[in-house]
Write a protein that binds this ligand. Structure first.
Ligand code: GLA
Length: 723
């Protein structure tokens, strides 16, 4: 059909933020299509009169109807894309062709929103919600399906939304992992057949956390266009990138639903969680910095509205495990306080029937043998030393050997005709049952009311396997929602109590649970070398202040490998720092080293936790740079044997500011690779008074570095002379 440019049939709907914009072509009665998601453009820079259907000629062997790339692919229209909704009623009504009916837009200084209303001939209504956050360039999408048909609908898949990936975004990256090795970066070319990732662990998982990245072939940490997405959800999920018929791709993500998991009665609605999409043409650091700003301004909830300085932790787990003995714990607390620790977290082992991990979960009151007068005396001691007290709990779990299970064996998620499936000798409670969440609320509320507890380490140590409710329906998603509701009611009742999300280390780290929690336990692996990769990966998604990082014992309990105390400290510095070791056993020299790093953390935590974080690679390791207000802290970690005799100057791409910087060496771990009798004037100067370097020179030529042996670290302060 010839197009009359003077009478456009469509509208371009536009959302904009500081650097980014989203454009959707809208025409009542047709499926809205994506025109653009990426660099910001003014309306005057756009040719608005040409609809997507006019931009292509019909191809051979294609359907007669021409559309662009849909905002929510239907099913049964000849497109080969994964449908964004898969639903039917007893096998009928599976075709869905969405057409636009109306839209609403709002604009404020902080964000712009767009809500599209679509309908399908079978009596389904769909709302697509888009919010673009001005300062972070993060676009948030979720969808709501209303069943206005006369029949119950079996829902097999409902995407939160779909995001267009331009054809030159050709690579996909995501994280793989396992217990103790979270956030392992994987980057591959996006195949012609697309890409998919599913997680059916029932929690965000070590194996496939809910995030992925689409990159241009030459993009890297510092440059190139990247689109990254994170699903705010702590359960099963699915991500897919489909190739469209023009070679570009469409990304969709949502909750992976088990067979029969979601039935939508006539008149009922289903809301998806939110998918957060970060766009940048400044490489991976650009999308990560967007996510960090977004988490800080839109996700994290601090008591009183602002984060206070992140206190140094002492966690008792790798110090004493289940051996809770009053004298030992008091001595640990005393040594910890002397080192500068500010929060003492009593880990697993404090409740009855817990000499090991075989029993006791569910009975959330203090063990009368270990704590004859309750937790009060230990808490008083800890507070008397000037520290806060925190407590480990694992509320969603129950051991068959517990009073709770003996009283309520039916409270566990299970499939009636199958044998109970244990993980770490425990079962998962059906938290969506009101009596179960009421029990958990009552027990936790009592602990928090009767004791001066300022922090909960909320653990979750097994996958959901047979997650069927009392009626036999799979209840993975209901479990996540019930967990969020429980966390929310505890937060409302005890707003001053911070919560850490732990799941055998970093098995539940996502923007969904971060709305209710203030810290992640990034990994059970405290081996500093392993931690470099884990923390580099996690920092691509989350700001450093929520990444728990502890100085563990040597040898590390999870790997058997030993690193110097200084290296363990340097790595833990770039997170929310803590100590997880029997500090009673430190030699005076070690105690001095640890106390020095703790005090360094306290001096620099406002920069580490409030500014911009970048990372990059050296030929034999990585560097991390946190900067804020004219100050920066740089960590250079050598992991492997050096590639050359001398280290090339390290270009600090992303260093902000002009003029001169005073560069000082704050801390060093490991040995330099040089003759013992060789002079080191540069290093001496860095160590003594520091050296003035032009910021431009540091960006373009680089910071000269000593060549270090493997498993070493250099930590520098960079202070702009005239910020
Ligand atoms: C999990 C956590 C650990 C510790 C133990 C206690 O493994 O990740 O940090 O709390 O449970 O049982």
């Amino acid at each position: 059909m010839p197009i009359d440019p003077s009478a456009p049939t469509h509208t371009l709907l536009r959302l904009e933020s500081a650097n980014c914009c989203a454009l959707i072509e809208w025409e009542v009665g047709r499926m809205p299509v994506w025109r653009h998601f990426g660099a910001r453009m003014a309306m005057t820079q756009l040719s608005t009169q040409w609809p997507a259907s006019a931009l292509r000629r019909q191809a051979n062997a294609s359907m007669d109807r021409l559309d662009g790339n849909p905002v929510f692919p239907g099913f049964g229209n000849g497109l080969s894309l994964n449908p964004a909704l898969r639903a039917h009623t007893d096998g009928r009504g599976a075709v869905h062709e969405w057409v636009a009916t109306s839209f609403e837009q709002t604009t404020s200084a902080a964000k712009q929103t767009l809500e599209l209303h679509l309908q399908d001939a079978s009596g389904l209504l769909l709302d697509l919600h888009f919010t673009l956050c001005w300062e972070s360039d993060v676009l948030s999408l979720h969808s709501t399906l209303h069943n206005r048909s006369a029949h119950a609908l079996q829902l097999d898949w409902q995407a939160c939304g779909c995001v267009p990936l331009p054809a030159d975004l050709s690579d996909v990256a995501h994280f793989s992992g396992q217990w103790g090795h979270e956030f392992q970066w994987q980057r591959t070319a996006l195949a012609a057949t697309g890409w998919q990732m599913q997680n059916r662990h029932g929690r965000s998982s070590h194996e496939a956390p809910p995030a992925c990245f689409a990159l241009t072939p030459h993009s890297n940490d510092h440059q190139g266009e990247v689109i990254a997405v994170q699903l705010a959800w702590s359960g099963n999920h699915q991500f897919a990138m489909d190739r469209c018929d023009d070679g570009s791709a469409l990304l969709q993500a949502g909750v992976w639903l088990a067979p029969g998991e979601t039935q939508l009665a006539a008149g009922a609605s289903n809301h998806t969680p939110t998918l957060h999409v970060s766009w940048s043409n400044q490489g991976l650091n650009g999308v990560s910095q967007n996510f960090h700003r977004f988490a800080r301004s839109q996700v994290l909830q601090w008591n009183g509205g602002t984060m206070r300085a992140r206190p140094v932790h002492l966690n008792t787990w790798e110090a004493v495990y289940f051996d809770h003995d009053d004298a030992t714990l008091r001595a640990l607390a005393e040594r910890a306080a002397a080192l500068g620790v500010e929060r003492f977290v009593l880990d697993d082992g404090w409740f009855p029937g817990r000499p090991n991990d075989h029993s006791g979960l569910g009975d959330w009151w203090p063990d009368e043998q270990k704590y004859p007068h309750g937790l009060g005396p230990l808490i008083d001691h800890v507070q008397g030393l000037g520290m806060e007290f925190g407590l480990w709990v694992e509320p969603e779990m129950v051991n068959p050997d517990s009073d709770l299970f003996r009283a309520h064996p039916d409270w566990a998620l299970q499939v009636s005709d199958h044998p109970l499936q244990l993980g770490r000798q425990q079962l998962v409670l059906d938290v969506a049952r009101p009596e179960v969440s009421a029990y958990l609320f009552e027990k936790l509320d009592t602990l928090l009311r009767e004791n001066s507890i300022r922090y909960l380490k909320w653990d979750m140590n097994r996958d959901l396997a047979q997650a069927a409710d009392a009626q036999g329906h799979m209840a993975y998603a209901a479990q996540v929602r019930a967990l969020y509701a429980l966390l929310q009611s505890l937060r409302e009742k005890h707003p001053a109590v911070e919560i850490e999300s732990c799941a055998s280390g970093g098995g539940r780290m996502d923007l969904g649970i971060l709305q209710y929690t203030q810290r992640f336990w990034t990994s059970d692996n405290n081996d500093a070398v392993s931690r470099i990769a884990i923390q580099s990966g996690a920092a691509r998604l989350f700001p450093l202040e929520v990444l728990g990082a502890h100085v563990g014992p040597a040898p590390a309990h999870t790997t058997g490998r030993s690193q110097s105390l200084a290296l363990r400290c340097a790595v833990a510095l770039f997170g929310h720092m803590g100590v997880e070791a029997d500090v009673r056993k430190l030699t005076p020299d070690e105690a001095e080293v640890l106390a020095r790093w703790i005090s360094l953390y306290k001096k620099w935590r406002d920069v580490l936790h409030g500014g911009t974080f970048s990372q990059g690679c050296t030929p034999n390791g990585v560097w991390w740079l946190a900067q804020s207000g004219g100050k920066a802290i740089l960590g250079v970690f050598t992991q492997r044997a050096p590639a050359s005799m001398h280290h090339a100057p390290l270009r600090l791409t992303g260093l902000v500011g002009d003029g001169f910087c005073q560069v000082r060496l704050l801390g060093m771990a490991g040995q330099e690779r040089a003759r013992g009798d060789a002079l080191a004037p540069w290093l001496d100067a860095l160590r003594d008074t520091g050296v003035a370097c032009a910021a431009t020179e540091l960006r373009h030529i680089g910071l000269p570095l000593p060549n270090m042996n493997p498993e070493s670290a250099l930590v520098f302060a960079l202070e702009l002379q005239n910020p």
